[in-house]
Design a protein around this ligand. Structure first.
Ligand code: ZN
Length: 229
């Protein structure tokens, strides 16, 4: 578990420390990823929530739960909300972002598929402990354009996902504005902005490295849950 999200400003000003709030996640925000799972491209952002208890830092281990045989990696740009807001305009949206990091939206694809068929929610498929690895944050001011970043995910040194945030269907500012029509955004909330194509299953022993231009990389290992502790 991760108790805090920290943004370091070096010598310029003291670190800002946030308690993680809600994890707002966007599904199908890259057309090629929607297509690879046989889904239509949405006409408005598709939002789901993940519990903060799923967060783990870089260097930790993703646990494949006993209930799943098919856990996928989804590499995503993550925004840390720094300022409270409701019904935020797109023009004002970026002023609510305190920092950016690389995140993984780990997904039990087999459980998600069954949920889709039954019309059940995705909370189980997306919400297991360790299913939200999160790298270190940089201040938002150090990212000139969040829609001009290269996104990469390697498994054991082999590239599986390679995309570009310019391919997002709904850009970050639009996502923040949209989410704020539903939720009051609070400092410490996290926005997972969706994944490009190339999602695939992980296996015990795998080493994942997630990278986005100018952000600290995120590295996790994978193991299988062997018993109910
Ligand atoms: Zn995702």
């Amino acid at each position: 578990m991760m108790e805090e999200c920290r943004i370091s400003y070096g010598d310029k000003r003291p670190d800002r420390v946030f308690t993680p709030g809600k994890l707002m996640c966007i599904g199908r925000n890259y057309a090629a990823h929607a297509a690879e799972l046989g889904n239509a491209v949405p006409t408005s952002p598709m939002v789901f929530l993940k519990p903060a208890s799923a967060l783990i830092p870089s260097g930790a281990t993703v646990i494949i739960p006993i209930a799943s045989e098919d856990v996928h990696h989804e590499v995503e740009l993550v925004c840390l909300i720094g300022k409270r807001g409701k019904n935020i305009s797109e023009e004002d949206a970026m002023s609510h972002v305190a920092g950016f990091a690389v995140g993984l939206d780990m997904t039990a694809r087999d459980i998600q598929q069954k949920a889709k068929e039954k019309g059940h929610p995705w909370s189980v498929a997306k919400g297991y402990d360790t299913f939200a690895p999160l790298g270190a944050f940089v201040p938002s001011a150090s990212v000139a354009d969040p829609q001009a970043l290269e996104v990469t995910l390697e498994v054991n040194g082999e590239v599986r996902q390679h995309g570009h945030t310019s391919d997002m269907i709904f850009p970050v500012a639009r996502l923040i504005a949209y989410c704020s029509t539903i939720f009051t955004l609070m400092p410490g909330d996290l926005l997972f902005t969706g994944t490009p194509e190339g999602v695939s299953a992980v296996t015990p022993g795998d080493s994942l490295q997630a990278r986005i231009t100018d952000l600290p990389s995120l590295e996790v290992r994978v193991s299988k849950q062997i018993s109910i502790a």
